[in-house]
Ligand binder design. Structure first.
Ligand code: PEP
Length: 257
């Protein structure tokens, strides 16, 4: 069994202008030691328009904080007004791109097919997808969460190469727990994250499944991170609201202490 390095990523969503982004990253830099950043991979996911600022702060401080975008175009370039190509993000030093966040699935009607194309486009540009899956409340209440999430996982990973599967980060985010203050119990998180890993074993073998990092996301905060991270198939967290508060996010990253 491989040891997977925990990965905590802060999804800022459509918040913080570039001055505020600068300040937040400066605060993270001042509070997290090199050892803490070595122990827990720490990622911020700002709006596109803050990426340049975040790049400068991180490069100037030679910080080990990574960053990424909240979406990527499925296209490599061309006449796609308003879209952002993976290559542009890679040029700005992004390591990651969030793909298939529930807010994009819901408000932009993103299909599993489109999300699969975005996962492929991200890899083609040298970015690692943080590929999001999760069920809505109706599906959870009907008890179909595992089946629903596994169908999303199957579709999103379709056609990826072994070396890509080994790098991808999968974020399990029950939609009913996002931004609502309702956190899934650690057992709920483990049930679905464990099922995702079992599916990876079944489809791609234990060597791949053992190294894939699976995050939980949904109202994660300093008060609940340790219990969530104690689950055997949870390797990190995708944090929304709490990532906008430097102190809270720092406490989340320091969960092992
Ligand atoms: C998210 O946006 O991915 C998220 C998990 O949000 P929150 O932590 O605010 O629930």
């Amino acid at each position: 069994m491989t040891t997977r390095k925990p990965i905590i990523a802060g999804n800022w969503k459509m918040n913080l202008n570039h001055f505020e982004a600068n300040l937040l990253v400066q605060k993270l830099a001042a509070s997290l030691t090199a050892e803490q950043l070595e122990a827990v991979e720490t990622v911020v996911l700002p709006p596109f328009t803050d990426l340049r600022t975040v790049e400068s702060v991180i490069a100037d401080g030679k910080l080990k904080i990574k960053y990424g975008a909240q979406d990527v175009s499925p296209h490599a370039g061309g006449a796609y007004t308003g879209e952002i190509a993976g290559a542009f993000l890679a040029k700005l030093g992004c390591s990651y791109a969030v793909i298939g966040h529930s807010e994009r699935r819901e408000y932009h009607n993103e299909s599993d097919e489109l999300i699969n194309a975005k996962n492929k486009a991200a890899f083609a540009a040298g970015l690692v997808p943080i590929f999001c899956v999760g069920e809505g409340l109706d599906i959870r209440e009907a008890g179909n969460q595992v089946e629903h999430v596994l169908a999303q996982v199957d579709a999103g990973l379709e056609g990826l190469k072994t070396e890509q599967l080994q790098q991808i980060v999968i974020a399990y985010e029950p939609v009913w727990a996002i931004g609502t203050g309702k956190t899934a119990t650690p057992d709920d998180a483990q049930e679905v994250c464990g099922a995702i890993r079992a599916r990876l074993v079944e489809k791609f073998g234990a060597e791949v499944a053992d190294v894939v990092r699976i995050q939980y996301g949904g109202s994660v905060k300093a008060a609940n991170i340790a219990q969530i991270m104690a689950q055997p198939d949870v390797d990190g967290a995708l944090v929304g609201g709490a990532s906008l508060d430097a102190e809270e996010f720092v406490s989340i990253v320091r969960f092992p202490e």
